[in-house]
Design a protein around this ligand. Structure first.
Ligand code: HEC
Length: 237
């Protein structure tokens, strides 16, 4: 094989893959405009776009700066690429009082309005696309959802159920203060009688707002959903 053929074949093998994986999706998806839920939306053609400005955008930055995406994905895989839907609370819930089965895959609009789509690099930890729903519905039983997340960020191994957690602790996002009189609002409730309190910094507060905003349970048009709605649930109440 001459050098010329070798070089051309090499360029073709990489070039075709590059075209198919990078160039074609870029041109197909870069100008997709979501149809937001408004007066003209019928419920079958609209998607809900959550607000991402302010603290949520700040929190997203803290998430990126601290490398959370290295271990946590935010992508409920489409069924053809490996079924994630069976993990009930990954994208929506199997059963909710009002809506029944709200499970769904990630779609392209889920990242609308985000500066960076934090799809993630690996899944060393659980997928966080639907974390906000999980924390509120399942984890934070005796404390507020914010407090649950602060506790996890400060010490992921604080409770018996999570004693082997491999999630790193992000203590530097909290300030240690000496209690002078009344404790600060939002301070961590540790089983500690010392006069030191652990107060979340502005970064920790923004990060927690962002984490609680991660919800993938909004209804999507059937054309984007993994499963067609069951016959009984299509009848409007
Ligand atoms: C070295 C990899 C790694 C990094 C980096 C990491 N985590 Fe984790 N995380 C894990 C693992 C593993 C778990 C599962 C164990 C557990 O539930 O505590 C986890 C669990 C969690 C959970 C509980 C999720 C659930 O549904 O049970 C939250 C919330 C979380 N991490 C948030 C974060 C945030 C926010 C960051 C960045 C500030 C971060 N993690 C960075 C590995 C990581």
């Amino acid at each position: 094989m001459s050098f010329r053929t070798f070089f051309l074949s090499l360029s073709a093998s990489f070039g075709v893959a590059w075209l198919a994986v990078v160039v074609v999706p870029y041109f197909k998806m870069r100008s997709i405009e979501p149809i937001s839920m408004g007066d003209d939306a019928t419920g079958t053609n609209a998607v809900f776009i959550p607000k991402r400005a302010g603290r949520i955008a700040d929190g997203s930055k803290v998430y990126a700066e601290n490398g959370c995406y290295l271990c946590h994905s935010q992508l409920v895989r489409p069924t053809y690429a490996g079924n994630d839907i069976f993990r009930s609370d990954l994208g929506g819930m199997v059963y909710e009082d009002q809506r029944g089965d709200s499970r769904r895959e990630t779609n392209v609009y889920d990242y609308a309005g985000e500066k960076f789509a934090q799809i993630g690099e690996t899944r060393l930890g659980p997928d966080l696309s639907n974390l906000g729903v999980r924390v509120v519905n399942s984890y934070a039983k005796d404390i507020s959802p914010e407090a649950w997340l602060y506790r996890h960020l400060y010490n992921p191994r604080s409770s018996a159920a999570y004693s082997h957690s491999a999630c790193p602790s992000f203590r530097f996002l909290f300030d240690e203060k000496k209690i002078n009189g009344i404790a600060s609002g939002g301070a961590l409730e540790l089983d500690d009688t010392s006069d030191i309190e652990i107060v979340p910094s502005a970064d920790a507060r923004a990060l927690v707002s962002y984490l609680l905003s991660l919800k993938k349970d909004q209804p999507v048009p059937p054309s984007l959903n993994f499963a067609k709605p069951a016959a009984s649930s299509t009848t409007a109440p």
